[in-house]
Ligand binder design. Structure first.
Ligand SMILES: [Zn+2]
Length: 249
């Protein structure tokens, strides 16, 4: 789960259109929010990911659901209120169901940084410092679903760690003078850039992958090697900053 910046509402969703769609929903109970201009803008806002579990939408049948943070049956006047709409996968949408976030709040990632309320422990989210908001979010969204979330998180983070072990081996050889070719240097530097991009906010399960990489002892050694060889460049610094901002501490 990562913080998202809410982008501007789609221009088609004028005050007049909002009134019209809201009335239509109240009278006819139609899915008035399921229009391309709303769905496409929400998809863009989350880089094509579910706002809760960070799975990629549009892949493996995980098409995007428009999530009503304040559920539409209890709060029909907010059915197309831009600040109430979020992009979400079917799993998270189903788990949240008609949970009342006004009476029993969960994290709205466009308003609250999940890192203030959640930590990671073995690919499972835990509440930070007994945060009630964190605990309710984990339970309502069922964020520690072993088969659908914890195992895929482990697989993707483990793959990143395998890649890290592979390229740090090459970096150690380069440092020790075993292979100091330009080709080897390019593999090391660009390999690390590619790896860090897998933990970029655009990527699937970015909070998990970022946390796994940034706190890995191999990563810390790798960075030290590149700095000592003057190979730690401005692009690496920039990508790393984004990864740190995505990781949980
Ligand atoms: Zn989800």
């Amino acid at each position: 789960m990562i913080k998202l910046n809410r982008i501007a509402r789609p221009p088609e969703l004028t005050a007049k259109k909002k009134r019209e769609l809201t009335q239509k929903f109240i009278k006819e109970k139609k899915s008035v929010w399921a229009v391309p201009y709303i769905k496409n803008t929400l998809f863009k806002m989350s880089n094509g990911k579910c706002c809760f579990c960070e799975c990629k939408l549009g892949e493996e049948g995980k098409y995007m659901h428009v999530e009503h943070f304040h559920h539409k049956d209890g709060y029909p006047n907010e059915v197309v209120e831009w600040s109430n709409l979020l992009p979400c996968c079917v799993r998270c949408n189903t788990n949240k169901g008609i949970h009342d976030t006004v009476l029993d709040p969960i994290i709205d990632v466009t308003l609250t940084d999940p890192r203030d309320h959640l930590i990671l422990d073995n690919y499972r989210y835990k509440s930070r410092s007994n945060s009630q908001l964190g605990r309710t979010t984990i339970d309502v969204i069922y964020l520690n679903d072993t088969d659908h979330l914890v195992k895929p998180r482990f697989d993707i983070a483990n793959k990143a760690k395998e890649t890290l072990e592979l390229i740090i081996g090459k970096a150690r050889e380069y440092k020790d003078g075993v292979n100091c070719s330009t080709q080897r240097k390019n593999i090391i530097v660009n390999g690390l850039k590619s790896l860090l991009k897998e933990a970029h906010p655009n990527s699937q399960f970015s909070a998990i992958v970022a946390t796994a990489i940034i706190h890995d002892i191999d990563y810390i050694e790798f960075k030290d090697i590149l700095i000592s060889l003057n190979l730690w460049d401005a692009e690496l610094q920039m990508i790393e900053s984004e990864v740190i901002n995505t990781s949980l501490y």
